[in-house]
Design a protein around this ligand. Structure first.
Ligand code: FES
Length: 249
């Protein structure tokens, strides 16, 4: 884990209210694994940092950023050459079994950001990878043209404006059959549904939580697991789907 002041390489809006922020941070990029995140300072006048999932860690460190408040709006306003204070990589990241040849990645909305990083790594390791991305409408779907070649992509929108029409979870029963391991990033409601559908495959989910410190000190991100309370920032954000006490969180 490193703390560095990194220059912004680029910052572009590719979807409504969503930005691809790329910074020059070789020491963090060199260590980063799919599923890990960084705590990013929003600039002068802001106390708390924002947790951002790592989207790419080659030729720069990239994050997808959704504007949800003043802090993320400040980050969205960064320009090339501006400096940003970053701590990372943090958290455990996804863990792919050596023998897993066929991976299914399940992304709800912005969940495609860390899963695209995992897909790139798994394809380099010559695994077969399917990414299913779901959203309410096409403006919530990660730009498919930016995904790596060789990846099998399934898009599902609730209004049918892109890809298949319906809920992402409607399509899971058919997709899980060939998967040795499943990795997901999305809302808790999606994880609850997946838990009912995928009963005979290992599933790792990335939990979202409000974070203060990002390093296990403030306990703001506590979630409940079969092993007791755990910190999403330090013990996660990736957990086995069977370990979370879904009825108590
Ligand atoms: Fe402080 Fe996790 S954010 S303990």
């Amino acid at each position: 884990m490193k703390r560095i002041t990194a220059p912004v390489i680029s910052n572009r809006s590719l979807m409504p209210e969503t930005y691809l922020l790329e910074v020059d941070a070789p020491p963090i990029a060199a260590e980063a694994r799919p599923g890990q995140f960084c705590m990013v300072h929003c600039g002068e006048g802001y106390f708390l940092r924002r947790p951002l999932s790592i989207h790419r860690a080659a030729d720069g460190l990239a994050f997808w950023l959704r504007v949800v408040g003043r802090g993320s709006a400040a980050l969205a306003g960064l320009h090339p050459g501006d400096k940003v204070d970053i701590i990372g990589p943090l958290g455990n990241g996804y863990s792919v079994r050596p023998g897993a040849r066929s991976l299914l990645l399940v992304a709800g909305g912005m969940g495609a950001a860390p899963l695209a990083f995992l897909a790139r790594k798994a394809l380099r390791e010559e695994r077969s990878v399917t990414l299913v991305i779901g959203g309410r409408t096409r403006t919530q779907i990660y730009p498919v043209e930016m995904l790596p070649a060789g990846l099998h992509v399934v898009v599902v929108t609730e209004d049918g404006s892109q890809g298949e029409k319906g809920l992402l979870t409607d399509f899971l029963p058919g997709l899980v059959r060939n998967a040795d391991q499943i990795f997901s990033c999305g809302p808790v409601a999606m994880y609850r549904a997946m838990r009912q559908i995928v009963v005979d495959r290992p599933v790792q989910v990335s939990m979202e939580a409000w974070m203060g410190c990002g390093m296990g000190a403030c306990y703001a991100c506590t979630t409940l697991t079969r092993q007791g309370p755990k910190q999403v920032c330090r013990d996660g954000p990736v957990f086995d789907i069977q370990d979370i006490l879904w009825d108590e969180i």
